[in-house]
Write a protein that binds this ligand. Structure first.
Ligand code: ADP
Ligand code: MG
Ligand code: ZN
Length: 477
């Protein structure tokens, strides 16, 4: 029997507000422990939460961007459980009335397009952080993170493979970053994902029992953990046993998942409406204003890049993957009018460099206008494409404009035909064996001659002229 995977993802995205969701403590990452706390986020008796309007706005933006219905009325609820990083003994979240519901996003995986449903998006507060001492027998708690705003984005169980899960996550992260409401940093935990995985015989209707995977702190780990878990469940079923509903932890070192705890039933949380917070009513004007001012999102930008710049789908996809990348591209095309050339050089040289140095495009040492200048120098025959690569590397190191580097290093292309002809003639007469091979039809030796000429001119001879004159002279007499 053939089995297929059924996957639903829960994403927690930390919102980029300046202050926490129910108090005015700062949300910045990396401050000394417990320096960003107050009686409200420490859960002292008698304090009252005050909702941060920005949090609601950001949650609405994500709902609009993912085609959700925005609830006119939603409510905060207490999710009760005990844990040392949760000083109140409950987390304020949303339960039966979340702010956004019934949305979807479109993804592309394994070469085909697919729509993934979004069940709900709700707002909640984050918990603190436990730091387990490696040597001494105790743990410490940092409450700086308590009360930092999150949205939880819950998908429908529409995902069927780890590739689709990866594509879904990347799209969600990209949308959050386009909206500028979450920095999407998985390592720092501002973008986290739990994966629910089950298997069922292909085309059977009921779902199988699911496990929930945690500790997935990179895209790679999400995909690996899901693939591992699918195989683990298949083994269980083939052995004639039943998958147990439980939470499992991914171990990125051992590449397996281990059981963490049995499934706690939702009822265990004893959800009830938070009596300290009023029901949330969304004003129509506010919602309309947000809809109207929504920035251009990845799908639309990609379509526009194809239509407006004539880019292939692949290029448009890469360049609209992050809004900063798309902005960089558009800044270049304002000054240099060959979009495909910009795209080639961005995807080749620029992204290669940034990847190697682990930098984001907004940290690029090469500005868009210097980048455009470089491409102009190639078009104007001042430098060859090959030299341009070397100039680019120098630009990346020094941040200098390309003209300056070309002048300093004397890299101007040799286009003087008399000079090139002179070099060609001398070279042919000093290599009679290769010359006669060429004449005999072994056209591959042309590369040998081109290489020698490039060596002699330090790569500066114009390759087109070199090729033309070489052929002429080799075939002469
Ligand atoms: P819980 O709080 O129990 O984790 P949620 O409703 O927050 O429940 O999330 C459940 C997630 O699990 C959703 O993303 C949903 O699509 C997914 N899911 C539900 N049933 C299955 C199943 N049988 N197999 C895989 N995923 C599932
Ligand atoms: Mg869950
Ligand atoms: Zn506080």
């Amino acid at each position: 029997m053939e089995f297929e995977a059924v996957i639903g993802l829960e994403v927690h995205a930390q919102l980029k507000t300046k202050t926490k969701i129910f108090c005015s403590c700062p949300t910045s990452f990396g401050a000394p422990p417990n320096t960003q706390t107050c009686p409200v986020c420490l859960g002292m008796p008698g304090v009252l939460p005050v909702l941060n309007k920005k949090v609601v706005e950001y949650a609405m933006l994500m709902g609009i961007a993912t085609n959700c219905t925005i609830s006119k009325h939603s409510r905060f609820a207490r999710k009760n459980y005990f844990y040392p990083d949760l000083p109140k003994g409950y987390q304020i979240s949303q339960y039966e009335l979340p702010i956004c519901e019934h949305g979807y996003i479109d993804i592309e995986a394994n070469g085909s397009k697919k729509r993934i449903g979004i069940t709900r998006i709700h707002m909640e507060e984050d918990a603190g952080k436990l730091i387990h001492d490696q040597i001494r027998p105790f743990s410490m708690v940092d409450f700086n993170r308590t009360g930092v705003p999150l949205i939880e984005i819950v998908s429908e169980p529409d995902i069927r493979s780890s590739e689709e899960a990866g594509a879904y996550l990347r799209k969600i992260r990209s949308i959050l970053r386009y909206l500028d409401i979450c920095d999407g940093n998985m390592e720092e935990g501002s973008f986290r994902c739990d994966a629910n995985v089950s298997i069922r015989p292909v085309s059977s209707v009921p779902f199988g029992t699911r496990t929930e995977l945690k500790n997935l702190n990179s895209f790679k780990n999400v995909e690996k953990a899901i693939s591992y878990e699918i195989e683990r469940q298949k083994d269980i079923v083939f052995d004639g046993e039943d998958v147990v509903q439980e939470t499992r932890l991914w171990d990125p070192e051992k590449h397996n998942t281990i059981s963490m705890r049995g499934k706690e039933d939702a009822h265990d949380y004893r959800y009830f409406p938070d009596p300290d917070l009023l029901p949330l009513a969304i004003d129509d004007n506010w919602l309309e204003k947000l809809k109207k001012n929504l920035p251009e999102l990845p799908d639309l930008k990609k379509e526009r890049f194809i239509a407006q710049y004539g880019l292939p789908e692949y290029d448009a996809d890469v360049l609209t993957g992050a809004v900063e990348l798309a902005d960089y591209f558009e800044a270049c095309t304002k000054e240099y009018k060959n979009p495909k050339q910009v795209s080639n050089w961005m995807m080749g040289s620029l992204l290669g460099l940034l990847n190697a140095e682990g930098k984001n495009i907004d940290e690029s040492p090469v500005s868009p206008s210097n980048f455009a200048e470089l491409l102009k120098l190639i078009d104007q025959n001042i430098i060859s494409g090959k030299i341009a690569k070397a100039v680019f590397e120098e630009m990346a190191k020094t941040g200098k404009p390309p003209e300056e580097i070309v002048k300093e290093k004397n890299l101007v292309q040799v286009t003087d035909e008399v000079l090139i002809e002179d070099i060609v003639v001398k070279l042919i007469s000093s290599c009679p064996k290769e010359a006669s091979e060429y004449k005999a039809g072994k056209t591959k030796v042309l590369g040998f001659f081109v290489g020698k000429i490039m060596k002699e001119t330090k790569g500066k001879a114009n390759p087109e002229i070199v090729n033309r004159i070489l052929k002429e002279k080799l075939l002469a007499d």
